[in-house]
Design a protein around this ligand. Sequence first.
Ligand code: SF4
Length: 430
Amino acid sequence: MWIADKYIDYVKEQTINNPGQSWGKMLLGFKANKLRMKLLPNKKLSRGYQKLEEMMMSFVADALGRPDSYVWGNIFSPCEIVQCFGRSTLSIECLACYLSGYHLEDYFIDYAQNLGIAPTLCSYHKTFVGAIDSDAVSVPGYAVTTSLSCDGNLNTFRYLEKKKGVPFSFLDVPYGDDEDSVDYLAGQLKDFAGALEQHFGIPFEEERLKENLRIENETRKELMHFFRLQSERYYPGELISHLYLMMGMHLLIGTPEFLDLVRFMVEDIKTYPPFEGKKILWVHLLPFYQETLQRYLNENPEYQIIASDMAMDSVEELDERRPFHALARKLIHNLYNGSYDHKAQMVSRLADELSPDAVIQFCHWGCKQSSGGSLILKEAFQKKGIPMLILDGDGIDRRNSHDGQIKTRLEAFLEMLDEGTQNRRLDRTC
Ligand code: SF4
């Protein structure tokens, strides 16, 4: 890994010295990483997570190599519609994570802030804005964002349109769960398909969208099956594996390739040994870089993340006969739309399905989806007798995550979980 580390340092230095000239070097790194994952997969990971890692790296490296092959989106953008035009959706949150692979997030965040972007804007957005504003990253021809979960989206996409001339569609996702709201959003989704039709000069085929939704329904069922199996079998993964899974469920859902991968994982996990450690349900973002969390949760037979709420933030079956209405319902019913009670109910239902031993919620700095209602969630789990840990930090900006604090809280929590098991064992032997 010495060469990879040297290359990361080299790209970082080059970008800081001359951001406008660094895109080719970054892209080369992504492509080399894709090849490395194919030829030299991380053997510590289970086979399914190796394949997932390779798929997500290929997805991003291939798309970025051809700016006309993708649109920018936020994580909740309807990739199923974009796929109908043979294009991918690259979410700006995920791109920010990939850029942080070069340890450039602090440089881009500072760059954006020095240009007047508010320090309170989410660090995923600031990383992305800094990368674009500094000309370090190339831009595609179109973008789409939803209002779901975050007010920051509209401002960021408006800013990028103004600064870089990237037009975008805005999908206003209502809070209300009624037929008028569904009709309102379905109309916007249809208009979005029309805008892409015009932009790419390719006719929209509703049959293709219906097929994507059929695949999506199947994928979601298979993933739920996989999560159940993952609560019974030890399937070595890393924090970043769960981030990749979440990305796949938002950016590749509806593609046969992703369905095949999840099916492979379902079969493959059955060949792994039983899991006898503590089962963790993860809530919200995954700070994939955080050392202490990596130490305890990467490939550890004692503590395994069995699922994350963001990979299963939509659960209902999509009615492909009315695809725009189905996608509208999917967005409106998303775990991250509406009140925090709604979120608490959906996470609780996931817990009922998977029976975790504990829940960990990561509160991303400044995100109202995190800290805002975490106590409501904690109360819901208290009633179920499932301990929950709330950790504060930043999903991408390492400077806002304090390892000492995370370590102290995590270790105390895991100790408490282990003691609980020992006490139960003693009770049984007495
Ligand atoms: S992490 Fe929170 S603040 Fe950041 S984009 Fe997502 S919802 Fe918005």
